[in-house]
Design a binder for this molecule. Structure first.
Ligand code: GLC
Ligand code: CA
Length: 563
């Protein structure tokens, strides 16, 4: 499976830094975001855990995954379901223990799958011993691990920064009379990354996990970390008085001082030096919409891979899709450093965003086809391979701390995986689950789909295997095709063309060649020529994508095909 040599994937305990290799082991990998609480429940309490992951690894192997990113498993009060860490070098008993992490890494490596863990570095939990002692005593050495400031005029917050989760980014600590900063929940105080002690703590944490054999890190909120000296207010672009969504309030400010400070690069560089000793990869979540700012986090001294989140918000609109695909590709020196996400643990699933039902599924797969074949690492989000829709979660069962506004609740994309039909959907033996399953039917389950020709699982599997068979296309650059306009988005990389038709009309493309993959039918493309004879041009139905091994690229424009 795949293009990644087994020896580079951590089969040995020995460091995996390779010499003489032209490409790093993670190049051209297919990633998968595993949302731990909802993947599989191995101990029967209704919450996913590490036992469950170990039991179900064959699912990832069957799909063709090279790299799994596991969401946080550290001890946590779970105010933000693990993104509020109380101990960075332990495992929450809900999920298992350290020995289980070792077993998981070993089991994954045996299947050729690398394990990336989530490093929540922008903030800790307010329950972390550092914050507890910081709060208890202003002279404590941990006080300066966090960002404290005196109140502004009239006791107001020190500046105008807002939390990603809504409301001010400051909470008053009445004992000391100072405010502390939190870009997320008040239970997630931000660390002071200008304090060298914080840096050495994290160097130690990173080594701890590398020694246990993890293959790399996904740095949570990598655009955060360092804040501007003096904590100045951000310029405000628009009034927030009438805004209700947290995303709109965030967007009303020019985030000049709270995120993306140039000093963060030093931190990445330091982590990279450590990761290099172990041949591990440094991947960051970089939540910014501007491709230039995004690109600034990547490079020899920066992140190996930065996750580009814009496809998570994009509507089914050719121009907008084109912009989010082209943006980073055209702006980044090495586009292999892009991590692509079409769905995630934080946003409504693409299927639902693109209209739901069969049409939504078709469109989500078509976008995934582009993401898999563009340079960089695509991360499928758990359940995407089953064509799952967003689940509806009734008000009294909601769990997301920012889920009070239904549209922005993250619960609907985090419901448990449906493995097989029947009560508990093969996810659990327990009579209830931490979030309800939603409206899943038997056809949504892994057992119904695996091995069933034309199922979503099989179509995603074919997509990934078509990619693996091309062995990364030798790193070929992207050439946007001349007919990349109107409803059509298309690029050529080496011997293939990848085309997406966002419209409803079938289009005849000025291309001839062998179809290696198509999103419709059984997905396989059956390795047949697309058209009836070798001379005929390729036909692409609306709302679909395909991959063609090119004979030649013609100079003419696409025309509507006879129905
Ligand atoms: C990231 C995570 C999200 C979490 C936030 C705060 O964006 O993906 O789930 O709430 O960071 O840690
Ligand atoms: Ca469990």
């Amino acid at each position: 499976m795949g293009s990644i040599p087994a020896t580079s994937r951590g089969l040995d305990a020995a460091p995996r830094a390779r010499t003489g290799s032209t490409k790093p082991w993670w190049r051209d990998a297919i990633g998968y975001c595993l949302y731990l609480r909802s993947f599989a429940d191995g101990n029967g309490d209704g919450i996913g855990d590490l036992w469950g992951v170990i039991d179900r690894l064959d699912h990832l192997e069957a799909l063709g995954i090279d790299m799994v990113w596991i969401t946080p498993f550290y001890p946590s009060p779970m105010d933000d379901f693990g993104y509020d860490v109380a101990d960075y070098c332990e495992v929450d008993p809900i999920f298992g223990d350290l020995q289980l992490v070792d077993r998981l890494i070993e089991a994954a490596h045996r299947r050729g799958i690398s394990v990336i863990i989530d490093l929540v570095a922008n903030h800790t939990s307010f329950d972390h011993p550092w914050f507890r002692s910081a709060r208890m005593d202003v002279s404590n050495e941990h006080r300066d691990y966090y960002l404290w400031a005196d109140p502004g005029p009239g006791g107001s917050p020190p500046n105008n920064w807002v939390s990603y989760f809504g409301g001010p980014a400051w909470t008053l600590d009445s004992a000391s009379g100072q405010y502390y900063l939190h870009l997320f929940l008040p239970q997630q105080p931000d660390l002071n990354w200008r304090n060298p002690m914080v840096r050495s703590e994290f160097d130690r944490i990173i080594r701890f996990w590398l020694e246990r054999g993890v293959d790399g890190f996904r740095i949570d909120v990598a655009q955060g970390l360092v804040k501007a000296e003096g904590l100045p207010s951000n310029p405000q672009r628009a009034s927030v008085a009438t805004l209700t969504s947290r995303q709109d309030v965030w967007a009303a400010f020019d985030h000049r001082y709270d995120i993306l400070q140039p000093e963060s690069i030093d931190i990445f560089a330091g982590w990279k030096r450590i990761c290099d000793e172990y041949g591990a990869v440094l991947i960051g979540e970089v939540s910014v919409a501007d491709p230039e700012a995004f690109a600034s986090t990547i490079g020899t001294n920066g992140l190996d891979v930065a996750m580009w989140l814009e496809p998570l918000h994009v509507p089914w609109d050719a121009d907008e899709l084109r912009a989010v695909l082209r943006g980073p590709i055209d702006r980044i020196v090495d586009p292999h450093a892009i991590g692509w996400l079409g769905s995630s643990l934080d946003e409504p699933r693409a299927v639902t965003r693109f209209g739901g039902g069969q049409l939504g599924r078709q469109r989500a797969l078509a976008l995934a086809t582009m993401l898999v074949f563009l340079p960089g690492i695509p991360f499928l989000y758990q359940g995407e391979e089953l064509g799952l829709e967003q689940s509806s979660v009734p008000a009294d069962l909601r769990a997301d701390p920012v889920g009070d506004v239904v549209e922005s609740s993250r619960d609907g994309c985090r419901t448990p995986m449906p493995w097989s039909a029947g009560p508990g959907f093969g996810f659990t033996e327990h009579d209830s689950t931490w979030l309800p399953f939603g409206d899943h039917v038997e056809a949504d389950t892994v057992s119904a789909q695996r091995g069933s020709s034309g199922s979503w699982f099989e179509r995603y599997r074919h997509l990934i295997s078509a990619w693996h068979e091309l062995d990364g296309l030798n790193g070929s650059p992207v050439d946007w095709l001349s007919f990349d306009e109107g409803d059509l988005i298309g690029f050529r990389r080496g011997v293939v063309a990848v085309v997406l038709n966002t419209g409803t009309q079938r289009l005849e493309l000025p291309l001839t060649g062998e179809v290696l993959y198509q999103t419709w039918g059984d997905g396989s493309g059956k390795r047949q020529r697309n058209a009836h004879s070798e001379e005929e041009n390729v036909i692409l139905p609306g709302q679909n994508a395909m991959v063609i091994r090119l004979d030649k690229v013609g100079p003419f424009s696409p025309t509507a095909a006879p129905a």
